[in-house]
Design a protein around this ligand. Sequence first.
Ligand code: URA
Length: 238
Amino acid sequence: MAQQRLDKIIASQGKYSRSDVRRLVRSGEITVNGKAVNDCGLKVDPEKDNIVVRGESFGYSKFVYIMLNKPQGVVSASRSPGEKTVVDLVPDELKRDGLFPAGRLDKDTTGFVLITDDGAFAHEILSPKKHVEKTYIAVLDRPIGESELEKFRSGVTLADGYECLPAQITLLSEDGLAVEIKLREGKYHQIKRMAAACGSHVNKLHRVSMGGLSLDGSLQEGECRLITAEELVKIKTG
Ligand code: URA
C-alpha cells in the first residue's frame, strides 16, 4: 500500500481524531517501528510499518465500512455532477479513494446506507442468493387492507410482470398507513412499485436496518460513523 500521513491513517480507523493524534505525538505515545514519532505528518505504510498507539499495536483495516443516516435529496452514488451524493457526506477523516454505496436508496428515501471500498463485501450483501434482509418503514397515502398485506406476504407481481419474492409486512399504526417491510431483494424502486401494484403510493420511506444491524439512533440525518467488526458480522448473519 502507498505511504500516507500517519495522522490520516490513524484517524481513518475511527478511534482517534487527527487532533487526538497531534496530542498523542506531543506526549510521545505513538511509535513507528519502535521509534517515538515527533511529526504527525510522517509518511508510513500501514500494511508494513509497525504503528503502536498508547502501547497497543494499531490494527489497520484494509477496507472501511461506514454507516450513514441518509437525508432526503441526496443521491446514492459516488459522484453525480451538480448533485450532493452520499459519499460527499463522509467526513474527511473517513474519506478515501474508491468509496461507494453498497446498494442504493432513492433520492427521497432516508435512512441506513452502507458506504465502503470493499467490492466483494458489497457484492455479498446485495446478492439475492445471500438473503441479507433490508428493513424499511413506509408511510402510505391510504390505509393498507388485509388483501394487500396478503399480496405482500405471498409475493407481489409488479406492473412489468416481475414476481417479487414473498416479503414480510407488519402494520405499525392503527390508521393502516405506516408499515414495516422486510425485503430480501433490491429491485429498482421496489417498495414503491410493490405499493403501486396494490393501489397505494409511498409518501415516506426510511431504511432502518440491513441484516441484523440497525441504523444507529444517535446518528442525525447526514451523519456517519464507522461500522465495527462485530457489527459487520451482524449484517451477514441477520
Ligand atoms: N424501495 C424503494 O422503492 N425505494 C428505495 O429507496 C428502497 C426500496
